[in-house]
Design a protein. Structure first.
Length: 145
């Protein structure tokens, strides 16, 4: 069993959640592309091939539960919700290739919330998302070649 799948299984069990065939299939689908975000609808379509009675709502709820447990990361891309297997609950940031969709983790200095709080009197900042978008080195090399 893939390391990401084993970590997800352990996390679910440690948090009192059941490891079901459908949940395993969801994680397996995401683990096939650990460096890419997949649309919820793509996960849904793949799962329904083997589980025709499974509802989109059930899939959505499971992916959101996985997010709370740190098993997946989710993001909004236009109208679409996307998920990527993670199993790393520490906060981090990404570079996302606009050509191939590959996601690379990047390091960044800590965000100074006080700087932003001064611009937003009375507001409470709960977190942030930071993504860089561009063309990865591999796609750049293909374009030049």
């Amino acid at each position: 069993m893939n390391e990401l799948i084993m970590q997800a299984r352990e996390t679910l069990k440690n948090n009192g959640s059941r490891w079901t065939k459908q949940r395993q299939q969801m994680i397996e689908i995401l683990a096939e592309h650990p460096d890419r975000y997949l649309d919820f609808t793509d996960v849904d379509q793949r799962l329904r091939k083997t589980n025709p009675g499974l509802s989109y709502g059930t899939i959505y709820r499971n992916l959101k539960e996985f997010e709370k447990l740190g098993i997946v990361e989710t993001r909004q891309e236009g109208e679409k919700m996307q998920a990527k297997v993670c199993c790393d609950s520490r906060h981090h940031h990404h570079f996302i290739c606009d050509v191939c969709g590959r996601v690379q983790e990047i390091k960044m200095p800590p965000i100074d919330y006080d700087f932003f709080a001064k611009q937003l009197p009375g507001a409470k900042i709960n977190g942030h998302v930071f993504e860089l978008h561009g063309i990865c080195a591999e796609c750049q090399a293909k374009r030049k070649g």
